[in-house]
Design a protein around this ligand. Structure first.
Ligand SMILES: C[S@@+](CC[C@H](N)C(=O)[O-])C[C@H]1O[C@@H](n2cnc3c(N)ncnc32)[C@H](O)[C@@H]1O
Length: 330
């Protein structure tokens, strides 16, 4: 993916802008007990690249499982989406590099489905990349990339057209929230839709705990670099002085709750300056970085029901490690 310079100066930091939001969220998280950072900030240009490396690494099974579903069940998924054949907007929340959705886009174009693709992503790098590359690799594709937060952009998508909506939320992004928040998120998606609209949602399922943990603790250390990259981003964009060598990546998986969590542990007592603010770290103190929640199939069905969706299709990979479900708004 093309790199874009997102570095901001102190002068820019003092302006009310998206960056101030980043600064405020970082200071709020690192002033809390326990400390945390919001994982949505992982995705600057370096984070996008590291996530792509992660998707290609041996232990990170979710991508391969979902790719298998999209490659082998393309026609079934597309036919379910096309329904009666009326025009629709295909909206993708957190599209990333759209590798998986490209299988669907290609099939839909070949079968002359009447649709517009609206990828949504908080990373401006992702949206410029998709706006530039997809019309070349998929001639005839109608695409409107939307750069911003999920629900702000979903509202914008609804204002662009009143066509029926098919929303995709792939890669188990839903797992980047604890179960209660995930349920609220699905309800909010539902509230942005009309009866009959669809949500195609990719969900990572509970499986052997060793398999799960290995995916977030890869031998090459990509997950570690992905987590540390957020500290590097804070250094670069928020004028901070994190010493990355003094933080260690620590992933955990609890098979009872299905919560896989990543932390960065401070290796020493240390002070970190972020613009004019100083944050103290004790030796062994942690920053909670990200949750990757794993679900049972029945949990996913309950989630659909609580959010007023009807689960209408379920597509699994051959190992039954991953589920792509189609839910219809009731
Ligand atoms: C884990 S990647 C998954 C990409 C893709 N869906 C896939 O399955 O390969 C998550 C993507 O969601 C985007 N994202 C994360 N939080 C977001 C938010 N709050 N609003 C919009 N996009 C977000 C990130 O920039 C990133 O591209």
């Amino acid at each position: 993916m093309k790199n874009m310079d997102t570095t901001l100066t102190n002068a820019e930091l003092s302006k009310p802008s998206k960056t101030n939001q980043f600064y405020d969220d970082v200071i709020t998280g690192l002033s809390a007990t326990p400390k945390y950072l919001n994982s949505k900030y992982f995705y600057d240009a370096n984070g996008d690249k590291l996530f792509q490396d992660l998707m290609n690494c041996e232990e990170y099974y979710p991508t391969n499982c979902e790719l298998e579903i999209f490659a082998e069940k393309t026609a079934d998924i597309c036919n379910a989406i096309i329904g009666d054949g009326d025009a629709f907007d295909l909206i993708e929340l957190g599209a990333g590099d759209a590798t998986k959705s490209s299988y669907l886009l290609k099939y839909l174009l070949e079968h002359e489905a009447n649709f517009t693709y609206l990828p949504i992503d908080i990373s401006s790098n992702v949206i410029s990349y998709l706006n530039i590359t997809l019309p070349v690799t998929l001639p005839g594709l109608q695409i409107t990339g939307l750069n911003g937060e999920y629900f702000d952009m979903l509202t914008q998508a609804a204002s662009i057209s009143n066509k029926r909506k098919v929303v995709m939320f792939l890669g188990s992004n839903i797992g980047n929230m604890p179960v209660n928040d995930a349920e609220r998120f699905c309800l909010e998606v539902r509230n942005h839709l009309s009866a009959g609209d669809m949500l195609l949602i990719g969900i990572d399922l509970k499986k052997n705990p060793k398999t799960v943990l290995a995916a977030y603790n890869d031998k090459e250390g990509i997950t570690k670099r992905f987590n540390l990259n957020l500290l590097e981003r804070i250094n670069r964009e928020l004028n901070a002085d994190f010493d990355l060598s003094q933080f260690e990546h620590y992933p955990t998986y609890d098979p009872e709750t299905g919560a896989c969590k990543s932390y960065l542990i401070s290796l020493i007592d240390q002070k970190v300056n972020i613009n004019s603010k100083t944050i103290n770290f004790l030796k062994d103190e942690y920053i909670f970085m990200e949750i990757s929640q794993k679900f049972t199939v029945s949990q996913t069905e309950q989630m659909a029901e609580k959010a007023s969706f009807k689960a209408v299709n379920a597509f699994y990979d051959s190992k039954k490690w991953f589920l792509d479900a189609i839910w219809q708004a009731e």
